[in-house]
Ligand binder design. Structure first.
Ligand SMILES: [Fe+2]
Ligand SMILES: [Fe+2]
Length: 137
């Protein structure tokens, strides 16, 4: 369902590796959600969603450090987009998927979809513009 694709590659190795990991965690969450007869499934899903959130926040700071280090002029735009997304992640308390929810699988699907749609869009239109090293861009 969720995977890194060639079209997402930025050509900057650490960024591509971190993006790949984000898709892996999303996929793992999705698979677990669909798996049957797993004890404590929703606890594990909550852990994965939390990991996804933490990893995303860490990834943003790595990316920002890199952009800063090469004097990238669109750093501010990136920071603004990252922060808006962190706000969304925090508002949605990903760790709080509750077994009492009427349709918890749908809640998980919606979160994964929103998160990965945002990520793909941000990678394609924003991260892919980041230059591999100091350049004129
Ligand atoms: Fe990124
Ligand atoms: Fe970014």
């Amino acid at each position: 369902m969720y995977e890194m694709k060639d079209e997402y590659l930025t050509g900057i190795e650490f960024i591509d590796n971190e993006h790949r990991r984000l898709f892996e965690i999303a996929e793992e969450t999705y698979q677990l959600k669909n798996a049957e007869f797993i004890p404590d499934k929703y606890d594990q899903i909550n852990d994965l969603l939390n990991e996804l959130k933490e990893y995303t926040i860490m990834h943003f700071s790595h990316e920002e450090e890199y952009m800063q280090s090469i004097g990238y002029k669109k750093l501010f735009t990136q920071k603004t987009q990252h922060q808006a997304f962190i706000n969304w992640l925090e508002e949605h308390e990903l760790e709080g998927i509750d077994e009492e929810y009427e349709d918890q699988d749908a809640v998980i699907d919606n979160i994964l979809k929103y998160l990965t749609d945002w990520l793909v869009n941000h990678i394609l239109y924003t991260d892919k513009q980041i230059p591999a090293s100091e350049s004129n861009s």
